[in-house]
Unconditional design. Structure first.
Length: 85
């Protein structure tokens, strides 16, 4: 039996894709209109959370692109090194 190595955290791209897929599934379920009010509210709350995660990942990607496009811009490097909520 092979020893299991600890799972590495998912890459930001993989995490973005997972969140986006889950968000799309939630939207499809809500559009069908077959959920109770409680289920719809819970799905909406989860959807808002997923939307924010996706938005944050996109902002981080944009900062990385800016840094790569013009590494002489110190403000781009400072923005990238900071955490994005």
């Amino acid at each position: 039996m092979a020893a299991k190595t600890p799972a590495s955290p998912p890459s930001p791209v993989a995490e973005f894709e997972r969140s986006l897929d889950e968000l799309e599934q939630l939207v499809q379920k809500m559009e069908q209109g077959e959920q109770s009010l409680d289920e719809s509210l819970a799905a909406y709350e989860r959807g808002v959370s997923l939307y924010r995660q996706c938005q944050s990942a996109l902002e981080q990607a944009e900062q990385r692109v800016r840094l790569l496009a013009d590494p002489t811009q110190p403000e781009a490097a400072q923005e990238f090194s900071g955490d994005v909520d």
